[in-house]
Design a protein around this ligand. Structure first.
Ligand code: NAD
Length: 486
């Protein structure tokens, strides 16, 4: 591990952040944070308990009245300062993300910029929480509609974007006037704690943001959601856990936003510009080393261009340098942990067993750390497990097609519906295909859709609600209607 990471780790908080104070866990428990590039423990972080959960909600509740009544411009100014300071600290935050998540520095730097952008976007949205006024149809009174902050929000985030998944929730919640308790993923709690320190520095009042890493996530999140002051849960993670949280939320009729798993199809039509499609595939597959909910998971390529596409894609994948994420010049870091590495290999073995051709990659290298090489498989069987499951690694399965309607039907044959990608030179055809695809987002001749100013989210088992855009802030509000006349 580079010496600058050791120095950095010495400055990063490792305790719970509750009510503006750094605290030990009530039972002294800790979580080991492992460097995926070496499989060695770097540092231990306090692991919250149910008692700590109650304390965190209480801190958020105490801070709520003042924060919700603060002038929107005050909230906006603080969020804007958070953007500025994150950009100033980009290098340190990127190193920290690489160290605990494993991703390549280029991906980590891009994540910090993307994550900071949520603070800037929602600093601008904070002063635009519009309502409406209309005369009732009978003409006898007025209908006043206003948006109010929903209250204390519980935020639960995954390990794949330790900064961006947190800011995508914290920024709109704070902009709307809510206070929050964030439960980051146990694999990557350090970035969330560094963000808490940064938010305190820019003037976020005590109790408005609380951060509670917790190894016993089911029990601790259960305790958070059971607290009467909590009115909202916003979750990003697997569909399996999201469904559990929806059950818990139902007991207390909590407003719920769910950003869940994906199984993105990537369609290459026969008239597509193949160089552009390969460049798009590299981004859609390899952003974050394939560990993204938006990662292209299934490539449907027209038979007439499949060989050319597969060859070019495999060549580009083979050229990527695999190694410790925090080393300069590395394109692909390790996967987050051993379980992830094992799962990717099992999916590849299953596809190969069913007749897939390995164009590049396909086997775990002999090295410390949880590495998996960029892999392209051609002629993958429609029944292969990886066609139904999120691969969450640098593996691209190609299925060839001849009939576009059948390819669209195959693309939609999944319980998920987060994002789809289409490459074609015929814009009208591309828009028709985009209409027919069952997903919350479509990249048309683009391998990336994520943007803080656009509504991000899925349909079917990929989730409920949207993050980013104007919608992202509305998720943290309630509508109040006042009937009056004057
Ligand atoms: P995960 O569901 O295992 O964990 C997500 C969070 O939930 C973590 O903080 C974890 O500690 C917590 N958790 C786990 N079990 C829990 C329980 N029983 N009760 C309460 N909380 C619990 O997901 P992950 O492995 O961290 O992340 C990968 C998944 O996240 C993938 O499925 C990916 O598609 C999804 N994801 C979705 C989006 C999106 O925007 N749609 C973005 C990023 C990741």
């Amino acid at each position: 591990m580079p010496i600058e990471i050791d120095a950095l780790l010495a400055t990063v908080p490792t305790q719970l952040f509750i009510g503006g104070e750094w605290r030990h866990s009530s039972d002294g428990a800790t979580i080991d944070v492992v460097d995926p590039s070496t499989a060695k423990t770097m540092v231990a972080v306090a692991s919250g308990t149910r008692e700590d959960a109650v304390a965190a909600v209480s801190a958020a509740e105490s801070a709520l009245e003042t924060w919700r009544c603060a002038a929107p411009r005050t909230r906006s100014t603080i969020l804007r300062k958070a953007f500025d300071l994150m950009i100033e600290r980009r290098e340190d935050l990127a190193l920290l993300i690489s160290a605990e998540n494993g991703k390549a520095l280029a991906d980590a730097r891009a994540e910090v910029s993307y994550a900071a952008e949520f603070f800037r976007w929602f600093s601008e949205e904070a002063v635009r929480l519009h309502g409406s006024l209309q005369t009732a149809p009978g003409g006898d009174y007025k209908i006043v509609v206003q948006r109010e902050p929903i209250g204390v929000a519980v935020l639960v985030t995954p390990w794949n974007y330790p900064a961006a998944m947190a800011t995508r929730k914290i920024a709109p919640a704070l902009a709307a006037g809510c206070t929050v308790v964030l439960k980051p993923a146990s694999d990557t709690p350090l970035t969330a704690l560094a963000l808490a320190a940064l938010l305190r520095e820019v003037g976020v009042p005590d109790g408005v943001v609380n951060v509670l890493p917790a190894h016993r996530s089911g029990s601790v999140v259960g305790a958070l959601l059971a607290e009467p002051a909590v009115r909202k849960v916003s979750f990003t993670g697997s569909t399996e856990v999201g469904v559990k949280l929806l059950h818990a939320a139902a007991d207390r009729v909590l407003s719920s936003s769910m950003e869940l798993g994906g199984n993105a199809p990537f369609l290459v039509l026969e008239d597509a510009d193949i160089d552009q499609a390969i460049a798009g595939a590299m981004v859609a597959k390899m952003r974050n080393g394939g560990e993204a909910c938006t990662a292209a998971n299934r490539f449907y390529v027209h038979e007439s261009v499949a060989a050319e596409f597969g060859r070019g894609f495999a060549t580009a994948m083979q050229a990527l340098r695999l190694g410790p994420g925090y080393d300069e010049g590395i394109d692909v870091g390790p996967l987050v942990n051993l379980a992830a590495q094992d799962k990717v290999q099992e999916l590849v073995d299953d596809a190969v067993h069913r007749g897939a051709d390995v164009l590049t990659g396909g086997a775990i290298p002999d090295a410390e750390g949880f590495y998996y090489p960029p892999t392209v498989l051609d002629n993958v069987d429609a029944g292969a497990e990886m066609m139904n499951e999120e691969i969450f690694g640098p593996v691209a399965p190609i299925v060839r097609f001849t009939d576009l309607d059948e390819a669209i039907a195959a693309a939609n044959r999944t319980d998920y519906g987060l994002v789809s990608y289409v490459y074609t030179d015929d814009l009208a055809c591309g828009l028709r295909v985009a209409d027919a695809l069952e997903s919350g987002m479509v990249g048309l001749n683009r391998g990336i859709v994520s943007d803080p100013s656009a509504p991000f989210g899925g349909v079917k088992l990929s989730g409920l609600g949207r993050e980013g855009g104007h919608e992202g802030m509305l998720e943290y509000t309630e509508t109040k209607y006042i009937a009056t006349s004057w």
